[in-house]
Design a protein around this ligand. Structure first.
Ligand code: AMP
Ligand code: MG
Length: 391
C-alpha cells in the first residue's frame, strides 16, 4: 500500500493541464485564467474627483477663503478650461478635475451664495482627487494561472477585456456502482438505498469549476459497468464509486482492466478510503476509482479528486490546503494508516466527532474540518497543534 503523498504524486504525474479556450467576460467567473492578460486602459484615465464639491488651487483652500464659481464638471461631462487663483469649478464624483485645480473641497465645507463660495469651518486634509492611473495603468497584467472570481470579472471589465482566455473545464464522468442503488427521487426497493456519493462529488466538482456529468448507475455485473464506461467516452476523467474492495461483487478493477485501463496504483494507506485506484483508460482519459462508503468517497474527493482536477485546470499541483488548530481534548494514538477524522473547528480549537464510521453522512455534513492524523501518531494531549483540512 502506498502513502497518501505517494498516491497524490502519482495522480499529479497522470494529470495534465487541458487546453485553452476564449470565453466572453460574463462566462469567465469560476474559470482559470489560461495566460496573463494586460489592461487595455488606464484607470482612472484622468484625475477624477472622489467627492461632490468644488475644485480649487489647493494652496488657497483655507478657512474663510472665497472663490468665484466659473463652471461645472460632472461625470461624463468635464469642464474644459483652467482654474486660476480665486476660482472654483463645481465638481461631482467621477468628473475630471480641471487643469490648475489641485484639491476638491467638499460641498459640506463651503457656503455658496450665488456664484461665490466661502470655505466655512475646518476642512479635511485629503485632496479628494483620484490620480490618473491610481487604480491600474494600461499594460498592467493579471497573472495566470488564477481562479477568476467576481472581483476579477469587475477588474477585467474595467480594463476593457471583453474576452478572456481560460482553461477548458475538465469533463468528469461520474459512475455509481451497486445493485442496491437507485437515484434520488426514485422509489427504492426493500434492500435498496439512494445513491448519494456521485451527487456529493458532482457538487464538489461544480464548486471546483469542472464540468461534471452523472452517468446511469452501473449494476454489479461487467456488462452494466462496461456500458457505463462506454457512455463515459469523451470525458477527461472517469470517476467510479464503490465496487473497489475485494468482495465478490467488487468488479471495478477487473472490468476497468478488461476495457484497457492501465492501472497506476490501487490501495492507499489512509482512513477512510483505502480501496482507491487510479489509472488511464484506453482512450487517454484518467480514471479514479473511489471507495463506496459515503464519507470515504467525499474524503477522497477532497484529498485526491480536487487536487487532480485543479492540475487539469492549469492550477499548481498542491495537496488540499491545511490549517492548524489546538486539540480541544486528548486524542488517542492512531493506527498505521493516515486518518482523516471528521471534526469541528471553532475559535482555533478542534474537536473530532466521537463517531467516525465512514458511512455517516450526517456527521460529515456537521463537520467543518478533516483532522489529519499522520500514520502511527502517539496519543496527543489536549492543546497539541494539529493539521486539518477545512471543509
Ligand atoms: P462498495 O465499495 O461497493 O462495497 O460500497 C461500500 C458501501 O458504500 C456499501 O454500503 C454501499 O451500499 C455504499 N455505496 C456504494 N456506492 C454508493 C453510492 N454511490 N452512494 C451511496 N452509498 C454507496
Ligand atoms: Mg458495491
Amino acid at each position: 500500500m502506498i502513502s497518501v503523498t505517494q498516491a497524490l504524486d502519482n495522480l499529479f504525474a497522470l494529470a495534465k493541464p487541458l487546453g485553452k479556450e476564449i470565453v466572453p467576460l460574463r462566462a469567465a467567473n469560476g474559470r482559470v485564467l489560461a495566460h496573463d492578460v494586460a489592461s487595455k486602459r488606464t484607470q482612472p484615465p484622468f484625475a477624477a474627483s472622489a467627492m461632490d464639491g468644488y475644485a480649487v488651487i489647493g494652496a488657497e483652500a483655507v478657512p474663510d477663503a472665497t472663490f468665484k464659481v466659473i463652471g461645472e464638471s460632472a461625470a461624463g461631462h468635464g469642464w474644459r478650461g483652467d482654474v486660476r487663483s480665486g476660482e472654483a469649478v463645481r465638481i461631482f464624483t467621477g468628473a475630471p478635475v480641471p487643469e490648475g485645480a489641485t484639491r476638491v473641497i467638499l460641498q459640506e465645507e463651503v457656503m455658496r451664495i450665488s456664484n461665490e463660495i466661502t470655505i466655512t469651518g475646518n476642512i479635511g486634509t485629503g485632496d479628494n482627487i483620484r490620480p490618473a492611473g491610481g487604480d491600474f495603468k494600461q499594460g498592467d497584467v493579471i497573472k495566470a494561472p488564477r481562479r477568476i472570481g467576481p472581483a476579477d470579472i469587475a477588474l477585467m471589465a474595467s480594463m476593457n477585456i471583453a474576452e478572456v482566455p481560460v482553461m477548458r473545464r475538465p469533463d468528469v464522468a461520474l459512475i455509481s456502482t451497486g445493485d442496491e442503488l437507485v437515484m434520488p427521487g426514485e422509489e427504492p426497493g426493500p434492500d435498496q438505498i439512494i445513491a448519494s456519493n456521485t451527487f456529493g462529488l458532482y457538487a464538489l466538482l461544480q464548486d471546483l469549476g469542472a464540468a461534471p456529468r452523472l452517468l446511469p448507475i452501473a449494476k454489479d455485473n461487467p456488462a452494466s459497468l462496461e456500458m457505463c464506461f462506454d457512455l463515459a467516452k469523451g470525458a477527461d476523467l472517469v470517476v467510479t464509486v464503490g465496487g473497489a474492495s475485494v468482495g465478490d461483487h467488487d468488479i471495478v478493477a477487473d472490468v476497468a482492466a478488461s476495457v484497457g485501463m492501465e492501472q497506476s496504483f490501487y490501495k492507499v494507506a489512509m482512513r477512510p478510503g483505502k480501496p482507491l485506484m487510479a489509472g488511464r483508460m484506453a482512450d487517454g482519459a484518467l480514471m479514479l476509482g473511489l471507495p463506496g462508503n459515503p464519507v470515504s468517497a467525499m474524503v477522497c474527493g477532497t484529498v485526491f479528486l480536487a487536487p487532480m482536477v485543479r492540475v487539469m485546470m492549469g492550477l499548481p499541483a498542491l495537496p488540499a490546503a491545511r490549517k492548524t488548530a489546538r486539540l480541544a481534548e486528548d486524542m488517542p494514538a492512531g493506527g498505521p494508516r493516515e486518518h482523516y477524522l471528521r471534526a469541528q473547528v471553532a475559535d482555533g480549537e478542534i474537536t473530532p466527532f466521537a463517531r467516525q464510521d465512514s458511512a455517516l453522512l450526517g456527521i460529515l455534513a456537521d463537520a467543518n474540518a478533516l483532522l489529519v492524523q499522520p500514520p502511527d501518531t502517539p496519543m496527543l494531549p489536549a492543546g497539541t497543534m494539529v493539521d486539518y483540512i477545512p471543509l
